[in-house]
Design a protein around this ligand. Structure first.
Ligand SMILES: *Cc1c(COP(=O)(O)O)cnc(C)c1O
Length: 374
């Protein structure tokens, strides 16, 4: 069906990308890519220009997250999904506990549960739109959960598990949270993410801030007799990262646009700036949804609502898929809900690259479309 509903031009946001990832890339990042072109793109990742770039990214992230003493920024190829297998092989000693309250938490839980060399994982689930709490359990050496469940828009605190066994690690999937949600990294042993969300770059890389305990665990497992595929070998990634390299070839353009975003964030005021900006954008949406006669925030508990992914349910009388289609025909893209959730919903990213005023413009566009549909 071709769209017949029109939104007046003056209501449209300057940039229509509100997707959960890959997400909006700022113009300045593309300028950085063009500028880096001749000296960097198409050159060896084993030589100084690219290694200096990797070094700047690692340092810039350490600054942004105010990395505690001894924490190291480690990176490897394959994105966060690859990191679940890297961690299964290289960080979980015998048994993990996972919080599963959406697509992403459940995927990591499945990875450790399937590993024949690990005990069956303890998986604590909660229905979509809510979240469970980690519970200390004897014999658990690794606790894992996402800080932001991108499929539902539920945010979970990053904090150590009271009463956990000595030496148990906390692994936080911050793929969609890092760079946009506030965090005290000392509360996690591995705070890992990929660059295509708040860092507004492209996919294909994983990065993590590793505590001394996590580095020690990785070294111990690597020295043992567990078979680990070379590509997924965490100790190899750590050794390469310390040399500002990766085991195999990374996407150089991803590194350039990531670096541009990290430098921009640090120049704007770092994590406090980022967290305030996403809170501003998300707050505009939540306040609007709460006041709307036809929409409401999907996540019931205000303290669980994410500042980087906002999910909004619509009443039966308003077809959210139609709203998304009208928006898409005007260049406002990727506000469809997470496919497996199957709700009459819009999911809107409020990542740090997105202008809060564009979020306000999006709200005006949605209101305009809803008026036409009623
Ligand atoms: C996007 C996302 C992932 C997957 O990242 P890839 O880089 O595509 O593997 C994992 N976890 C969360 C929370 C995400 O939002």
């Amino acid at each position: 069906m071709s769209e017949t509903l029109r939104i007046p031009d003056h209501l449209l946001p300057a940039d229509g990308r509100f997707g959960a990832g890959p997400s909006k890339v700022r113009r300045e990042q593309l300028d950085a890519l063009v500028a880096a072109g001749p000296a960097l793109l198409g050159t060896s990742h084993r030589q100084a220009p690219v290694r200096n770039l990797v070094g700047r990214v690692r340092e810039g992230l350490g600054t942004f997250f105010d990395a505690p003493d001894g924490y190291e920024v480690v990176l490897g190829v394959g994105g966060s999904t690859a990191f679940w297998d890297v961690a299964t092989f290289g960080l979980v000693e015998a048994k993990a506990q996972h919080l599963s309250f959406g697509e992403f938490g459940s995927k990591f839980a499945a990875a450790t549960t399937k590993a024949p060399f690990l005990d069956d994982s303890s998986v604590i689930t909660a229905p979509p739109g809510t979240r469970p709490e980690a519970v200390a359990e004897t014999g658990i050496d690794t606790y894992a959960w996402p800080q932001n469940e991108t499929s539902t828009g539920v945010a979970a605190p990053v904090r150590r598990v009271q009463g956990a066994d000595d030496g148990a690690l906390v692994l936080v999937d911050a793929t969609s949270a890092a760079g946009g949600l506030d965090v005290d990294v000392s509360q996690a042993d591995v705070y890992y993410f990929a660059p295509q969300k708040n860092f507004a770059s492209d996919g294909g890389l994983w990065l993590g801030l590793f505590s001394p305990a996590a580095l020690e665990r990785a070294a111990r497992i690597a020295a043992g007799d567990r078979w680990v595929p070379d590509f997924l070998n965490l100790q190899t990634a750590i050794d390469n990262s310390r040399l500002n390299q990766t085991y195999n070839t990374p996407s150089l353009s991803t590194l350039v646009t990531l670096d541009a975003q990290v430098q921009w964030l640090n120049a704007q005021g770092g994590l406090p700036f980022a967290a305030a900006r996403t809170a501003d954008s998300a707050g505009r949406l939540y306040r609007w949804a709460e006041a709307s006669p036809v929409a409401s925030p999907y996540v019931a508990r205000p303290e669980d609502r994410s500042n980087v992914i906002v999910t909004v349910d619509f009443d039966e009388g308003v077809d959210a898929a139609r709203i998304a289609a009208v928006l898409r025909s005007h260049g406002i893209v990727d506000v469809e809900p997470y496919r497996k959730l199957g709700r009459n919903q819009l999911r809107i990213a409020t990542f740090v690259a997105i202008e809060p005023d564009d979020v306000s413009a999006l709200i005006a566009c949605i209101d305009h479309v809803v008026e036409q549909l009623l």
